[in-house]
Design a binder for this molecule. Structure first.
Ligand SMILES: [Zn+2]
Length: 340
């Protein structure tokens, strides 16, 4: 029964078989950024049901590829394999039928694993000249797990140059997060900062790191989520405070002036459905709300006022009162790449 797994010969004189099982239709971890919390939860549940269904149907067998490699070579390049042999795991007893060491592997991209193993064996001719962004990321995932990143880095220069020539994503998406991951791994500050900025400004929910092995914690990408929340809070709280000041006549040069600015602000916040949000300016993690949506809504007020009315010389412009709020909020996005 069953088909024979594909055999990829990395080293013809190899003494080890790496047996990879993987699903070619792996479920993407990305959830569409919906502004509705209910949609978001429904998507997460649908994705979970698909994964549970897959495991519940044994007839949908995963594909299998075997790689013939040299255990000695892998022990030199990878502390992971060195440790395996030092500690005499089951894998370090040769198989009774073929005399090879058998090591199981799961879930890796099969091309990425082949490239990484070719790098470990210095099989230069088998290492591709060009890589897609997705495959580049998959390669780092394999290298991260098997602790072969030092070896991988000897070969990344050319692929890194190709990456720099490609247009960067312009929207927060699964693709932009893959780029951000490469930005961190390749120490490309500009790529990292652009992609991190997209995520912080456009995410309507906690940022989706796709389970990629980013550096976490205080000195890692975990801080992007709190920066997003602080910036949103600063925009909402600042606008809320301005609203109060206009109500109480503490902003504007006289009563007519504050009443007019208050009217523009309220109507615009109503139009952009932000009026209720500024009341709840401390409700982290701001599900269903992105910084950019609020930012555009607030800047819409400026547009309305200068568009529809004769502005008296010397009187206040609401733009001048909103500008410092926006500026203060955006200051939360300042990144120090050296801390990642
Ligand atoms: Zn005025």
């Amino acid at each position: 029964m069953g088909e024979n797994p594909n055999l990829v010969t990395i080293d013809p004189n190899g003494d080890m078989l790496i047996k990879l099982k993987y699903r070619s239709t792996a479920q993407s971890k990305w959830k569409n950024e919906s502004e509705s919390v209910e949609d978001w939860i429904a998507q997460a549940e649908a994705a979970k049901a698909v994964i549970e269904n897959e495991t519940a149907r044994p007839e949908q067998k995963p594909a299998e590829v075997h790689y013939l490699v040299s255990s000695r070579q892998l022990r030199i390049v990878s502390p992971y394999f060195e440790k395996m042999f030092k500690r005499n795991y089951d894998e370090t007893v040769p198989n009774s039928e073929d005399g090879l060491y058998h090591v199981r592997a799961q879930q890796w991209n099969p091309h990425a694993l082949a490239i990484m193993l070719n790098i470990a064996h210095l099989q230069f001719a088998a290492i591709p000249k060009e890589l897609s962004v997705r495959l580049f990321v998959a390669l780092f995932l394999v290298a991260d797990y098997y602790q072969m990143e030092d070896a991988l880095r000897l070969f990344t220069k050319e692929w890194q140059e190709q990456l720099q020539e490609q247009p960067m994503p312009t929207l927060y998406s699964e693709e932009s997060m893959l780029w951000m991951f490469l930005g961190v791994k390749l120490k490309e500050g500009e790529i990292f900062e652009s992609m991190a900025s997209l995520a912080m400004r456009e995410a309507c929910h906690p940022i989706q790191f796709l389970d990629l092995p980013f550096p976490r914690g205080e000195k890692g990408v975990g801080q992007l989520d709190s920066m997003r929340c602080k910036a949103i809070q600063a925009l909402l709280a600042g606008t809320h405070k301005l609203n109060q000041d206009l109500y109480e006549g503490n902003a504007g040069c006289n009563d007519a002036c504050s009443a007019m600015m208050l009217g523009f602000l309220q109507r615009s916040l109503w139009d952009t459905k932000l009026l209720s949000h500024i009341e709840k300016h401390d409700q982290h993690p701001f599900e269903g709300l992105s910084f950019d949506v609020i930012y555009r809504g607030i800047n819409n007020v400026v547009y309305d006022q200068s568009y529809g009315i004769i502005i008296q010389a010397g009187c206040c412009q609401i733009r001048d009162l909103l500008y410092p709020i926006c500026e203060k909020a955006e200051a939360h996005f300042e990144l120090d790449f050296s801390s990642f």
